[in-house]
Design a protein. Structure first.
Length: 270
């Protein structure tokens, strides 16, 4: 029996980004989550200058509306505050100041989206500042980012610095195509993945489903791995606790430990 799962990446809020179009669609998202055995869903609308000018206040308002509707319809799925924050010059200050949503508003973890091209040193400096402030960036869908997959040292450095990698369930199962599945398998093989999430955008082509990915990982890598990636670590993110690393993970991942700090200082010359 699968313990209740947690989805940390879902575009469930209505009419706020490229996800759910209307409230009725968001309700169907939640019904599907309940049927999948998902206990909590984090609403992670895009925050991206020039495309999705969402604010924490606006997200919280839509979140309250959806929560009320689900209570009225007796749908037993909890929707949690979050956002998918795109790389920008003010991302670090915004997260540290609490202007950009962290998971559950805890100030411990936030979902960080990198573009297909970025300056490696810039991102590493941002990660350094966040980590020294006690905040852990969770890198969204690295298996679908060409720069990260074509230059493995980027990912290695980000993980060594304490970043968390979150891959997409449909990449794991192959529903995003052969390349995404190959990349997801490579990251899993290299013990770099901490979390699997849906990144759901609709109820058809990109639905809120995790059970197939759970079963796939359990069959191929063991039930302990599936439990860690889809239950234990997502729950710990929402509780603001340190995550369980893959037993094969070679890198230090202490949220504020001196080993991480020394590594960042050597890497960035601080």
């Amino acid at each position: 029996m699968i313990e209740a799962m947690y989805d940390l990446h879902c575009h469930i809020l209505p009419a706020i980004d490229d996800g759910s179009k209307k409230l009725a669609d968001s309700v169907e998202f939640a019904r599907l989550a309940a049927s999948e055995g998902i206990h909590k869903v984090v609403a992670t609308p895009h925050i991206r200058a020039g495309s999705y000018e969402n604010t924490r206040g606006g997200i919280e308002e839509r979140l309250g509306e959806l929560r009320k509707t689900l209570r009225d319809q007796a749908i037993d799925v909890e929707i949690v505050l979050g956002a998918e924050v795109y790389l920008s010059p003010d991302v670090v200050d915004g997260v540290i100041a609490g202007e950009l949503p962290t998971y559950g508003g805890s100030g411990k973890y936030f979902l960080f989206e990198l573009p297909d091209f970025f300056m490696q040193r810039q991102v590493e400096e941002y990660v350094f500042k966040l980590r020294t402030a006690g905040i852990t960036p969770i890198i969204a869908h690295p298996e679908r980012n060409p720069q990260l997959m074509n230059r493995r040292e980027h990912l290695d450095n980000l993980v060594r610095m304490g970043s968390v990698l979150q891959i997409t369930a449909m990449s794991v199962t192959g529903r995003f195509g052969k390349e995404a599945r190959k990349a997801a398998d490579e990251l899993l093989d290299r013990h770099l993945v901490h979390i699997v999430a849906s990144d759901a955008h609709n109820t058809t082509s990109r639905p809120l489903k995790l059970r197939e990915a759970y079963d796939h990982i359990a069959a191929k890598r063991g039930p302990e791995a599936a439990e860690r990636l889809l239950v234990t670590n997502p729950r710990k993110v929402l509780e603001g606790e340190p995550l369980d690393a893959d037993p094969g993970l070679d890198y230090e991942d202490e949220a504020s430990g001196s080993k991480v700090t020394r590594f960042l200082s050597r890497l960035l010359g601080f």
